[in-house]
Design a protein around this ligand. Structure first.
Ligand code: MRU
Length: 353
């Protein structure tokens, strides 16, 4: 698996995913503004990877600060955090990671500035390493739901490319594959940015996991034919009532699954769970550039000039369509997800086994 993002010799090396699968190109981000641009323009994408990139962006921004005392250092770090936080509104990992970096600084105000700068780099690397461990734990829990011979539908890319490595939804698939289960994957192409066609199909082929690429509007056809046994997707934000925001089109897949009696799973690292929001309608949904819809890769126009376009990047799947939410602490019914934030709850009793 090739790395999505890494801190190397004082710069952030970011795989430019907009170029995949045609070219494998890394961008050297030498300042936090370039990291922010990379997040906004989807060089790096997928909720956990966005969080890692933001943390590395904060660490990078911190290295350039000249202030010699804590208050001045903290004051100069804030615009860096705000700039990174203004990139994409839906994935909660962005804000989670930036908060974690800010808290590290606040909790170590007695340290000298050079030490704080080093601690920020270490923390960003820790976020990346923890993410891989989390994905593997989720993989172990989630693979239990996959039977030998299953065909699994996925939407968008929730793989190694969307994370520090291994993947969330694709991590579950990968874990089942590693256990020797003979599975097949159907990947929705995922219009308009084609994360399924360009990234998921490519990533699974790298690992020799059998994958069939379909356009988004074919999912119902294959479900009706009885080809699909289950669906699994990632999430950008899962809220207290178990509603889940994920790539636009996820809701349609979930509704189709209900109609065809197919289980619909969400792989959600705890870093994507936002218990401060009570229900899905309150999740901010990113509206992206109309050119993503009217043009192929910003070049070939496929729609009338000046046509009115809507381009929400995410939709919300209500909890009632979700069979289980798989986290690194086990799989839960959506209505039980809020228990992850409650004290004195015996998760062993709540987990789906
Ligand atoms: O716009 P993107 O490519 O960042 O959207 C990504 C998704 O919707 C993923 O499914 C989600 O972030 C989960 S990634 C593990």
């Amino acid at each position: 698996m090739i790395p999505t993002i890494e801190w190397k010799n004082g710069i952030v090396k970011m795989l430019d995913q907009t170029k995949l699968p045609i070219e494998v190109v890394y961008v050297d981000c030498k300042d936090y503004q370039t990291v922010a641009k990379g997040i906004k323009e989807l060089w790096v994408r997928g909720a956990p990877a966005i969080g890692i990139a933001a943390a590395m962006g904060v660490a990078l921004g911190a290295q350039r600060i000249k202030a010699k005392n804590f208050d001045a250092f903290y004051e100069e770090l804030m615009p860096v955090c705000d700039h990174l936080a203004a990139t994409r509104p839906t994935a909660v990992n962005l804000f989670w990671a930036i908060e974690r970096m800010k808290n590290l600084v606040k909790n170590n105000s007695e340290e000298d500035i050079e030490m704080l700068k080093k601690m920020l780099i270490d923390e960003a690397n820790r976020i990346l390493e923890e993410d891989i461990k989390v994905n593997k734990a989720m993989g172990r829990y989630g693979a239990e739901f996959i039977r030998d011979g299953d065909t699994i539908l996925t939407h968008c890319n929730a793989g190694a490319l969307a994370t520090g490595g291994y993947g969330t939804a694709l991590g579950v698939i990968r874990a089942a594959w590693e256990q020797g289960k003979r599975i097949k994957v159907f990947a929705d192409e995922t219009r308009p940015v084609l994360q399924g066609a360009r990234l998921t199909a490519w990533e699974l082929m790298q690992d020799n996991i059998p994958v069939t690429l379909i356009t988004d509007n074919m999912a119902g056809f294959f479900m009706k034919k009885g080809v699909i046994d289950m669906a699994i997707v990632g999430t950008d934000r899962t809220v207290a009532n178990g509603d889940v925001a994920n790539k636009i089109g996820t809701y349609s897949v979930a509704v189709l699954c209900r109609e065809h009696n197919i289980p619909f799973y969400v792989a959600a690292p705890i870093s994507t769970i936002d218990l401060s929001i009570p229900s899905g309608e309150l999740i901010p949904i990113e509206e992206r550039n109309p050119m993503e819809v009217t043009h192929i890769f910003g070049k070939t126009r496929i729609a009338p000039d000046n046509v009115t376009v809507a381009n929400p990047a995410f939709d919300v799947t209500p909890a009632r369509y979700i069979t289980a939410i798989i986290t690194e602490r086990g799989a839960f019914r959506p209505r039980d997800i809020r228990k992850l934030g409650e004290k004195d709850v015996d998760l062993e009793k709540v987990r789906i086994k």
